[in-house]
Design a protein around this ligand. Structure first.
Ligand code: NI
Length: 137
């Protein structure tokens, strides 16, 4: 079935360290290499967010952009310029890999957005890698 979607790009910056509590120091260094640096490092993350749904008959929109921006920005401010592992409780016991961050973004945004419209999130960590989470077609 054809569908209509709306995608919008958001950015936030945050610090993290790749380190798993399930692994010992040597394993952490081997697996995560320089990303295991004890002092951490930062990324300028870019999030591409896609919502789908029937456009409202009065507004012609799936969700008004100002409303979407408010929902997303009110959430992203919780991550902005934070050290994810130290300041965001979700990552206290989960390594802040792109996979886990995109899962966290999905969980949080799905609960804040109108029911069922969240369709896809792409999280760019660097210019060379991104992580996707989305609904099955
Ligand atoms: Ni990193």
């Amino acid at each position: 079935m054809p569908f209509i979607s709306l995608s919008r790009i958001y950015r936030f910056s945050a610090a993290h360290r790749l380190h798993s509590v399930a692994l010992n120091e040597q394993e952490n260094r081997q697996i995560f290499d320089k990303c295991n640096n004890p002092y951490g490092h930062g990324h300028d993350y870019t999030m591409e967010l896609t919502v789908t749904g029937q456009p409202d008959t009065d507004t012609g929109m799936i969700i008004p952009l100002p409303r979407l921006d408010k929902i997303v920005n009110d959430f992203l401010i919780l991550l902005e310029h934070k050290h994810l592992d130290r300041e965001v409780s979700y990552f206290k016991d989960k390594t802040s890999t792109g996979e886990n961050i995109v899962r966290f973004l999905w969980q949080e945004l799905e609960s804040r957005l109108p029911d069922g419209i969240l369709y896809h999130i792409r999280l760019w960590e660097t210019n060379n890698n991104y992580f996707d989470m989305g609904k099955e077609l």
